[in-house]
Design a protein around this ligand. Structure first.
Ligand code: PEP
Ligand code: MG
Length: 803
C-alpha cells in the first residue's frame, strides 16, 4: 500500500491493494503503469482527502442533518436536499493544506509533461468496492479538458458533490449504508492532445493471426477511427521482430479535434497532402506494438486497445494507451480451440434442430456461424463484423455490400426474392434467407446459427447439411483441366450468360461454362471502388477518378473472359441509394417512391444528371477504345419511353459512343410500356434484355421488396400476365431481327420459365453464377425435347402423306 495515509498520490504509486483509498479506477491505472504500460500521467486525490475535507469543514454533520430532515420517499424533497448538499460542498473552501497539495501536484504534473497549464481530465473513482455499483449510480462524473489549478480544485469538489446525487442518497438510505462511510477518490490525469490516434489489436481481427499487432491510425482524436468516420492507415507489426511488415496509407479526408474556443470536439477537413500522409511513423507504430504486447501479457488475452499520440510531448513519452478491453471474437475462438472439430461432429441433423425463423430461400447453400444483428452499416456493431459471421438485418442496400462480402450467410426481416439482399447474396455465392419478418428480434448477436438458403430456414446452433456443394467452385470437378472444363458442358443454341457485379468475383467463376456476361451491374464498382457521388466528384474536379475506376472494374471482367461479350448496364441506383454515396445528399431529391422515381435513363437525360452519365459513357469508351476490349456492350436500364432512348443515344454519340457492328446497345425490358410498344423500341436498339424483377412488380403492381405480397404469392414471374408481357417482347424482337435476352432472377429460380423462354426462341438467358451449370443442362434438354417434338410432328406429317 504505497499510497497509504496519503491525501494525494501519483498514479504510479498506487496498486490494487489501494482500492479502498483511491478507488478502482485509479488502482487500475496504477497497475497498468507498474506493468510498463503508458497511460496518461496523473495523480489521485484520495478518499482520505475527501474524509479530511468533510470532517474538518464540519460538512458531514450538516449533510446528515439535511438528509434526516426529509422524507426520503418524497421525490421533490429528495431532489431539493440533493441540490442543497451539492451546493454546500461546492461553496465550502477546502482545508488550506489539502488545497495547496492538489495545486502542487498539478504544477508538478505540468513540469513532468513539459507543458504549461496542461489540460487534464478530472474523474471520480469510487472507493466502496464492496458496495454494489448502484450505490454509486450516476456518480462516475468525468470532466474533460480542465485547465489550470483553480479549475482542478473546483472540479475535484464537483466530483465529491456527485456522491450526493438524489438516486445515490436514496439508495444508501434504502440499503442502510452510512453516508459518512462512503468515500470518493478523484483522478486528475493529463488529457492527451491527440495528434494521431486510433485502435490496435493484438490479434489480426480478420485472419486471427496472433503473431502480429494490427494498428489503425488517423489524424486527430480517436473518435474518427472508432466512429468509422475515416478509412484509417493500417500498420501491421510483427510481434517477434518488432518490424512493420505491412502498411497501407489511406486518404484520411477529415479529422476530429478539440476546439478550445468552442470547448468541444469538431470535425475538420484536411488538406490533400496531409490527408494522404502517414498519420504514424514506423517508429511510433513499433512503440505502440510494444505497448500492445505488454497489455496482452498483463491481461493474458487478445486485446482491443485505443491509443493516442500526444502532440505536445516528445517521443516515446507521447505514446499513450487510453483504453484497453478484451478482443471479442478471437478470444472466444481461441478458447474453443480444438473444440471446433468436436463441434462439427456435434452438429445436429436438420430434423432435430430448432428452427428460429423461416423466410424466402433467396440464395442457395448452407452455412453456420456467429450471428450479428446489425441495423446500421455504419454503426459500432457493424465494425465488429468479422469474416465468416452471419449478417442479420432488416434489409440491405448498396451501403451494406462491404459487410455482405465478409458474411458467411445473410438473413433479413424484409425483402423478396428480387430484393437487394437476395440479388447480392446470389452473386456473392453465399446462402441467404430473406423476408423472415422477425430475424432481428429472434436472433441475438453472439448466437451460433445455421442458415439454409436453399430451404429458407434459420436453425439454432450448428446443423449438419447433407454434403452439397455450397459454392460454385465446389460444383466444378477439380480433376478436369481448366481449358477443357468449359467444353464438356452441353452446347446449347440458346446462349447461357451469367450475371455479375463485383469485378473481383470473376476470378472465382472463370471456369463456369457461360457464353458471356448478360448483365454486369456497375453499382458494386460505384459503391465499393468509387464511393463518391459522381456529381460531387465532378464538382471537385475529380470526374476522371470516376471514369478510371469504372473502366478498371469493367476491364477486369472484360479482359478475363475475352472475347465473350460483357453487357454492362449503365447505373441503376435509386435516388435513396445515390444519396448514400459520399457527397450524395446535395444532389439527390428525397422521393416518396424511389423505385418508380428518378431512375435509369430518366436520370441520364436530365440536365442535372447528364454530365454524370457522360462519365459512365466515357468509361465505356475508355475500355473499348483505349484498352481495346471491344467485347464490351451496354444496356440501358429502366427505359419507359422511346423518346428518352433517342435522347440517351444522342448523348452517347456526343461523347463518341455509337452503335456499330461490334458495339451493341440493348435496352432493359422491365417497364410494361416496353412490352406494349416493343416493336417501336426494337427500331431504336440492337436488343432487349428482359428485367423480369421489375417487369413483374410493374405488371402486377406489387412492390418487389414486399415480403408480405411475396408470401401471398403475388410476386411471381410465372403469373400469366407477366408471361404474356415476356412473350410480346420476344416476338417483337424476333420480328425486327433484334436479339432478346433475360437477366432478371426468374430463370435462375424457375425451370418452367426457362422452358417457356426457350420455346419462344429467346437468344440468351443470363443467370446467377450458381445457376449457370444447371441452366445449361436444362436448356440443352429442352432444346433436345423441342427437336424431338418437331421430328415427331414431321414424321406424323410424313406418315399422313403415305409415301
Ligand atoms: C430486373 O429488374 O429484372 C433486373 C435485372 O434489374 P434489377 O434487379 O437490378 O432492378
Ligand atoms: Mg431492374
Amino acid at each position: 500500500m504505497a499510497a497509504k495515509g496519503k491525501l494525494v498520490a501519483w498514479l504510479e504509486e498506487v496498486s490494487k491493494e489501494d482500492v479502498p483509498l483511491v478507488g478502482g479506477k485509479a488502482a487500475n491505472l496504477g497497475e497498468l503503469l507498474r506493468a510498463g504500460i503508458r497511460v496518461p500521467p496523473g495523480y489521485v486525490v484520495t478518499a482520505e482527502a475527501y474524509r479530511k475535507f468533510m470532517e474538518e469543514t464540519g460538512l458531514f454533520n450538516k449533510i446528515l442533518d439535511i438528509i434526516k430532515s426529509i422524507d426520503i420517499n418524497n421525490t421533490a424533497q429528495l431532489e431539493e436536499a440533493s441540490r442543497k448538499i451539492k451546493q454546500l460542498i461546492l461553496d465550502t473552501p477546502m482545508p488550506k493544506d489539502l488545497e495547496e497539495l492538489i495545486r502542487q501536484y498539478y504544477r508538478e504534473l505540468a513540469k513532468r509533461v513539459g507543458v504549461e497549464n496542461p489540460l487534464v481530465a478530472v474523474r471520480s473513482s469510487a472507493t466502496a468496492e464492496d458496495l454494489p455499483e448502484a450505490s454509486f449510480a450516476g456518480q462516475q462524473d468525468t470532466y474533460l479538458n480542465v485547465r489550470g489549478e483553480d479549475e482542478v480544485v473546483k472540479k475535484v469538489k464537483a466530483c465529491w458533490a456527485s456522491l450526493f446525487n438524489a438516486r445515490a442518497i436514496f439508495y444508501r438510505e434504502q440499503m442502510k449504508i452510512p453516508h459518512e462511510k462512503t468515500y470518493m477518490a478523484v483522478v486528475v490525469q493529463k488529457m492527451v492532445m491527440s495528434r494521431s490516434a486510433g485502435v490496435m489489436f493484438t490479434v489480426h481481427p480478420v485472419t486471427g493471426d496472433d503473431n502480429v499487432v494490427v494498428i489503425e491510425s488517423a489524424w486527430g482524436l480517436g473518435e474518427a477511427v472508432v466512429g468509422g468516420k475515416v478509412t484509417p492507415d493500417e500498420f501491421i507489426v510483427d510481434k517477434k521482430t518488432l518490424k512493420v511488415v505491412d502498411k497501407k496509407i489511406a486518404e484520411k479526408k477529415i479529422a476530429i479535434i478539440y476546439d478550445p474556443e468552442k470547448g468541444k470536439n469538431i470535425e475538420i477537413e484536411l488538406p490533400p497532402e496531409k490527408a494522404k500522409a502517414p498519420s504514424l511513423s514506423d517508429e511510433e507504430a513499433v512503440e505502440l506494438a510494444k505497448q500492445a504486447i505488454k497489455i496482452e501479457k498483463h491481461y493474458g488475452m487478445y486485446m482491443d486497445i485505443e491509443w493516442a499520440i500526444d502532440q505536445e510531448m516528445k517521443f516515446p513519452d507521447n505514446v499513450f494507451i487510453v483504453q484497453a478491453r478484451p478482443e471479442t471474437i478471437w478470444n472466444v475462438k481461441k478458447k474453443k480451440g480444438g473444440e471446433e472439430a468436436k463441434e462439427a461432429e456435434e452438429a445436429v441433423p436438420p430434423e432435430k434442430a430448432e428452427v428460429i425463423v423461416r423466410g424466402l430461400p433467396a440464395s442457395p447453400g448452407i452455412a453456420s456461424g456467429v450471428a450479428r444483428v446489425i441495423l446500421d452499416p455504419h454503426s459500432e456493431e457493424a465494425k465488429q463484423f468479422r469474416e465468416g459471421d452471419i449478417l442479420v438485418t432488416k434489409m440491405t442496400d448498396p451501403d451494406w455490400v462491404p459487410i455482405m462480402k465478409k458474411a458467411a450467410a445473410i438473413v433479413t426481416d424484409e425483402g423478396g426474392m428480387t430484393s437487394h439482399a437476395a440479388i447480392v447474396s446470389r452473386e456473392l455465392g453465399i446462402p441467404a434467407v430473406v423476408g423472415t419478418r422477425e430475424a432481428t428480434k429472434k436472433i441475438k448477436t453472439g448466437m451460433v446459427v445455421t442458415v439454409d438458403g436453399s430451404r429458407g430456414v434459420v436453425y439454432k446452433g450448428k446443423v449438419s447439411a447433407e454434403k452439397k456443394p455450397e459454392k460454385v467452385e465446389a460444383a466444378v470437378a477439380p480433376a478436369i483441366p481448366k481449358e477443357i472444363l468449359r467444353e464438356i458442358y452441353p452446347v446449347t443454341a440458346t446462349k447461357i450468360y451469367m450475371n455479375l457485379g463485383e469485378p473481383d468475383a470473376i476470378d472465382k467463376y472463370l471456369d463456369l461454362p457461360f457464353d458471356g456476361i448478360g448483365l454486369m451491374r456497375i453499382e458494386f464498382i460505384i459503391t465499393d471502388w468509387i464511393g463518391y457521388h459522381p456529381l460531387y466528384l465532378l464538382e471537385q474536379g475529380k470526374g476522371d477518378f470516376f471514369v478510371d475506376k469504372l473502366a478498371e472494374g469493367i476491364a477486369k471482367v472484360a479482359s478475363a473472359i475475352y472475347p465473350r461479350p460483357v453487357v454492362v448496364r449503365f447505373s441503376d441506383f435509386k435516388s435513396n441509394e445515390y444519396r448514400g454515396l459520399k457527397g450524395g445528399e446535395k444532389y439527390e431529391p428525397i422521393e416518396r417512391n424511389p423505385m418508380i422515381g428518378w431512375r435509369g435513363v430518366s436520370r441520364y437525360i436530365h440536365p442535372k444528371y447528364r454530365e454524370a452519365f457522360k462519365l459512365e459513357v466515357k468509361a465505356i469508351l475508355k475500355v473499348r477504345e483505349e484498352m481495346g476490349l471491344k467485347n464490351v456492350w451496354v444496356m440501358l436500364p429502366f427505359v419507359r419511353t422511346t423518346w428518352e432512348v433517342k435522347e440517351v443515344l444522342k448523348i452517347m454519340e456526343e461523347v463518341g459512343l455509337r452503335r456499330g457492328k461490334d458495339f451493341k446497345v440493348w435496352i432493359m425490358a422491365e417497364v410494361p410500356s416496353v412490352a406494349i410498344l416493343a416493336e417501336e423500341f426494337a427500331k431504336l436498339v440492337d436488343g432487349f434484355s428482359i428485367g423480369s424483377n421489375d417487369l413483374t412488380q410493374l405488371v402486377l403492381g406489387v412492390d418487389r421488396d414486399s415480403q408480405l405480397l411475396a408470401e401471398m404469392g403475388y410476386f411471381d414471374e410465372r403469373d400469366p400476365a407477366v408471361l404474356k408481357a415476356i412473350a410480346m417482347i420476344i416476338k417483337a424482337a424476333k420480328k425486327h431481327g433484334r436479339t432478346v435476352s433475360i437477366c432478371g432472377q426468374a430463370p435462375s429460380v424457375y425451370p418452367e420459365i426457362v422452358e417457356y423462354l426457350v420455346r419462344l426462341g429467346i437468344d440468351s438467358i443470363s443467370v446467377n453464377p450458381d445457376a449457370v451449370i444447371p441452366t445449361r443442362r436444362l436448356v440443352a434438354s429442352i432444346e433436345r425435347k423441342l427437336m424431338l417434338e418437331r421430328l415427331a410432328k414431321l414424321e406424323e406429317k410424313l406418315s399422313k402423306l403415305d409415301i
